[in-house]
Design a protein around this ligand. Sequence first.
Ligand code: FAD
Ligand code: UDP
Length: 378
Amino acid sequence: MTEPTSTSQGFDYLIVGAGFAGSVLAERLANDGKRVLIVDKRPHIGGNAYDCYNDDGILIHPYGPHIFHTNSREVIDYLSRFTKWRPYEHRVLASVDGQLLPIPINLDTVNKLYGLSLTSFQVEEFFASVAEKVDQVRTSEDVVVSKVGRDLYNKFFRGYTRKQWDLDPSELDASVTARVPTRTNRDDRYFADTYQMMPLHGYTRMFENMLAHPNIKVMLGTDYREIADFIPYGHMIYTGPVDAFFDYCYGKLPYRSLEFVHETHAQEQFQAVGTVNYPNDYAYTRISEFKHITGQQHRHTSVVYELPRAEGDPYYPIPRPANQELYKKYAALAEGRPDVTFVGRLATYRYYNMDQVVAQALTTYKKLTAATPEPEAQ
Ligand code: FAD
Ligand code: UDP
């Protein structure tokens, strides 16, 4: 690979994208004495995890609700250098048949939906009696019908998934709906991870702390293509969409986009929990209320509606076999570019959560530094 230079001029690394992937790598490399230029075409750091106070003084997530959860002690230990935390367990209700019911589907969901009073043991039997036999679980439909049967699938998953992805669950990899478990107990937390918490002063503050290193220069509102030919650097780390990097030479890699509609209401609380899902009604998939998530006290409250879109900023890679095949062609091109490291959700076309991107970036850092001998002391 091209070794990052440590000349007196220029940067050792040009990092494209100031989200989790780019910022973790910038911090790690700067900490090693490397000079890093990080550019983002948006006017702020933090990527999709960016948060800010709106005109009403409420802390919001402009790119949709971001809830931190992980099983990785390493990721928590690393991020804890840049933020304190506030415990937060996310809860979600789904609006189904005129009721607001816990999702992931649990014992209470089944009892309330069908007017039953089953025990955990009995609901297990119930699931077994309605589950469809699927020889090989391949698709997002298979995952759900093989666990909870057709009726619960239709009520909670089919409509939501079709809205979110503009695809039937049978056309999506199993991994998509497998993100949402099924429970026979009354646990109504959305995530089951060991660590569930929010950065105490928000994500942007955490990113500011990561990037506040004398070896890091941040350039915002700049597409890397505007500057890459003029600013000397040793190695590039790219965290944008991989197909864009290669000028879409094999065609566009499908990403799903969203439109976010933000509203502030002159009331303390808008809904009972952080997120309410609307699988079967309306054009939006869900409404999230930030004060639940951030813990902020305020006499007004802000919410965001998520409206799935085909066009717009690329937010979600779309996990299905044809797309993976196309991604592989771009991944092969990336392999042939030892001067560039591709990392992050868009650059590696993976439906990753924040903690997975942090873990991927930390691993990438270890690989980069293992391959790059320290310059000899003068
Ligand atoms: P990004 O944050 O997308 O950063 C990439 C950056 O590169 C962007 O800022 C972009 O502007 C910049 N860029 C791209 N091209 C160029 C260019 N040509 N020049 C300069 N800059 C460029 N994860 C969770 O763990 N919990 C959640 O609750 C959660 N909720 C989510 C909700 C939504 C609606 C979405 C879309 C995602 C959610 N995620 C969640 C996932 C999370 O956002 C990602 O895992 C994480 O932000 C990815 O970080 P990244 O650095 O890979 O990419
Ligand atoms: N999903 C669903 N109904 C729900 C919640 C989720 O059908 O009430 C499906 C849908 O396909 C969604 C996927 O499960 O895209 C993953 O849900 P998650 O909440 O993890 O999505 P994200 O927060 O990443 O948008």
